[in-house]
Design a protein around this ligand. Sequence first.
Ligand code: 8YV
Length: 330
Amino acid sequence: MNRPQVLVARKVFPEVVERLRAHFEVEDNPQDTIYTREQLTARLQGKSGAFITGSERIDGALLDACPQVRVVCNMAVGYNNIDLAACSARQVMATNTPGVLTETTADLGFALMMAAARRIPEGERFLRAGRWTRWSYDMFIAPDVHGSTLGILGMGRIGQAIARRGALGFGMKVLYHNRSRLEPALEAPLAARWVDKRTLLRQADHLVLVLPYSADTHHTVAAAELAQMKPSATLTNIGRGGLVDEDALAQALREGRLAAAGLDVFEGEPRVNPALLALENVALTPHIGSASLATRRAMAELAADNLIAALGCGPQAGRPPSLLNPEVLG
Ligand code: 8YV
């Protein structure tokens, strides 16, 4: 019997590709070429499934051009690169990798928030440039993190993990805004309080964005929102670049209407808005929220589990463990 053909669209752990080879004819991408849309369409011809990352855009037109595709498996928890409605309309399963990256991504979010608040990148640049010649009482003076008010916009798994770090490790007061309130049993140990978005913006000393990106959340923080924040506050974004209007953010930072920002995600990444690059009071990292070895491996394994199950192999045959559109299974 012919084995299903699958595409692994980016370079990933060789052992995960080997695992897939036990079930499928695998076309992988050891050169890690970033396929254009045309190349991706060509590579997907005859393939039943695709192992993708956030870099590949999957929409109706692409699926129409690749009618044999039955499943797309994202090695990411965010899936704004996948048009889910288009997948469902074509009976194509879509999967992501929730859960396995929660703590690692929360670690990076907290680190970026601290780096921005305590001006760590700025201090390092100053030191490396040989400009540190003496102590002075107000050198790199900054807002405190411990004991301050942590604001979280998007209280899913990662938001809750950041809240835990803030409340239990740093004695922070936790405010959050989310479409729905957490169960009291989840709020209580953190003394976390649901507030409306306006209150969150006005009261947070350190605001962290961890909500999913979609047309509805595009520029969730733009000029009007920034204007409500304290001038001493920081803003950290580990969700998706499009959550923030970067030009408005750069302007607020430049004019001292916001103390600092920590950014792991960017609207046109890997390109970074030059207005942000020109500022000292921004801590920047290249979308590495989930980048610990153990977590990236777990993400790849989960994406592989999904692909194997979706195409009818392995112990979970038929029902991928993190299926985003269960309606396709009827
Ligand atoms: C991924 C991420 O590494 O999981 C996500 O949503 O943003 C990162 O963990 C990145 O999207 C590449 O797939």
